[in-house]
Design a protein around this ligand. Structure first.
Ligand code: ADP
Ligand code: MG
Length: 465
């Protein structure tokens, strides 16, 4: 990402001094390209559909103009710039002015933090709140009682709050859908449609994404009114993220991973697995090899998930092993390395995983460990994302020419009469077979999820067209 290629500055948007000082405190010198293109359109009140690469500053691209609109339009235009809005101008109880929908709880917290950070100098204070599932709803209901200016939520929890009459939508001015490709799909899509029906028809709609499947274009257009479509395309050679693919026998992945972590001096590593169980197992396997790691996935308690990410963001944890729950939107400052322990389900998720590193123009590295059963799926990922990576091997972990055989399920044994001694040795043999099968069942589960992935509906990539 080129942060300052346009040479424009934040002053050119006529933001209030409160906002300009908060931008400065964040250390932003110039707007990124997506910010430069979207901020004027949002300030004008247009609907916007924006696509730009991961880590290109999409959050501030909607946060800044929305905050400015909140503090200017509602306040100054009505009662004059010198007078400040009084109690009657504020959001009514249980009402909300801006709703931001995101796919994960951690992203809700992160986006609400960006709102709070950039709104910190605005007086009187704007109330920004994040709500999400996995925690008690009552404190969230209480927090909504006094009205909230900006509410960042996961779709499910927003509907729960609506069902409980904890939230009124009549003051909603804008709806933002971040990671819109994820939220316009599957169960989320139904929830978004239900939410859409609750909101006033007259509102500003803003949608942001890094990957944009054309299949949802029509859907998005149905929701939006004459949207301004902004697509920031980046040239391959501008990308600062190095991608590598290392082939390895499946049973040697743990040793290779430990070797790579030891050999390289990475400050932090984010490791992605496709299954929750694989994350937990991998943490144990790494610990056996005297490498400390923390797992994060949706089976963990919410407080544990939040703590895991917080510690990782703060640099207190060096290795985080996560499912794709951490692949969307999460912003980790200067994360040097992402490792795909196994491959993501969809080619688009590969892009999102890659996007956790190399943010805000930093350099980044992504390594995918691929074994025989993943070769074909990785080729699909490459094709869909218009990349072609050389297959590397690491000395000492060379891959077998043919996939090591997966053991078959235990064969049917004919009942034969055996002596006591024969029975004893058979029992021992069966025990060994059971252990091996458990071991491979686990792996074939992973294989299964990957194969279904390969067959799953694969999103196109607007960016690469
Ligand atoms: P995206 O949503 O596009 O993936 P984010 O909004 O999370 O990206 O921003 C990525 C990183 O870039 C964040 O750490 C953010 O603080 C930083 N950033 C955003 N805008 C700017 C800017 N104008 N100048 C410098 N850094 C920025
Ligand atoms: Mg984002």
């Amino acid at each position: 990402m080129k942060i300052d290629i346009l040479g424009t500055d934040f002053e050119s948007f006529s933001f209030s001094d409160e906002i300009l000082s908060a931008i400065k405190a964040m250390g932003f010198e110039n707007p990124t390209e997506i910010q430069d293109k979207t901020i004027p359109a949002i300030l004008e009140g247009k609907d916007v559909l924006a696509r730009a690469d991961t880590g290109s500053g999409k959050t501030a691209a909607f946060v800044l103009p929305l905050l400015d609109n909140l503090s200017n339009q509602n306040v100054y235009s009505k009662i004059g710039r010198t007078q400040r809005f009084n109690a009657t101008e504020r959001v009514a109880s249980n009402c909300v002015q801006i709703i931001v929908l995101v796919p994960t709880r951690e992203l809700a917290i992160q986006v609400a933090d960006v709102f709070s950070e950039l709104a910190k100098n605005i007086q009187p204070t704007l109330k920004c709140l994040s709500v999400y599932g996995g925690v008690k709803i009552n404190p969230q209901m209480q927090a909504l009682r006094g009205g909230v200016d900006v509410l960042v939520s996961t779709p499910g929890r927003l509907l729960n709050l609506a069902d409980q009459n904890a939230i009124k939508f009549n003051q909603v001015k804008a709806l933002v859908i971040d990671e819109v490709d994820r939220l316009m799909k599957g169960d989320f899509q139904e929830e978004i449609e239900r939410i859409g029906k609750l909101l006033p028809n007259k509102r500003q709609n803003l949608m942001f994404t890094a990957t944009f499947p054309e299949s949802i274009t029509a859907l998005v257009r149905n929701v939006m009114t004459a949207p301004e479509i902004i697509n920031i395309d980046e040239f391959e050679d501008e990308l600062e993220i190095e991608q590598r693919a290392i082939t390895v026998n499946h049973h040697q992945k743990n040793d290779l991973l430990a070797y790579l972590i030891r050999e390289n001096d990475w400050r932090q590593v984010l490791i992605f697995c496709s299954a929750k169980r694989t994350c937990d197992n991998l943490v144990k396997k790494l610990e056996k090899r005297e490498i400390e790691a923390v797992a994060m996935h949706s089976n963990k308690e919410q407080s544990v998930r939040i703590a895991a990410l917080k510690n990782f963001k703060a640099g207190k944890t060096h290795i985080l092993v996560a499912t794709d729950v951490a692949s969307r939107g999460i912003d980790i400052d200067q994360l040097p390395c992402v490792i795909n322990y196994d491959l993501p389900r969809s080619p688009n998720d590969y892009v999102h995983r890659v996007g956790r590193t190399g943010r805000a123009g930093e350099k980044g590295l992504v390594i995918s460990l691929i074994s025989h059963h993943e070769y074909q799926h990785f080729s699909v990922i490459e094709k869909r994302n218009s990349i072609q990576l050389e297959r590397e091997e690491i000395v000492g972990f060379e891959v077998d020419a043919v996939a090591p055989p997966m053991p078959k399920k235990s064969p049917k044994v004919k009942k034969v009469k055996r002596t006591k001694k024969q029975k004893g040795s058979l029992k021992r043999e069966q025990e060994t077979t059971r252990k091996t099968i458990d071991h491979y069942d686990q792996k074939s589960n992973d294989v299964e999820s990957l194969e279904s992935t390969a067959n799953a509906h694969i999103w196109g990539n607007l960016k690469k067209k």
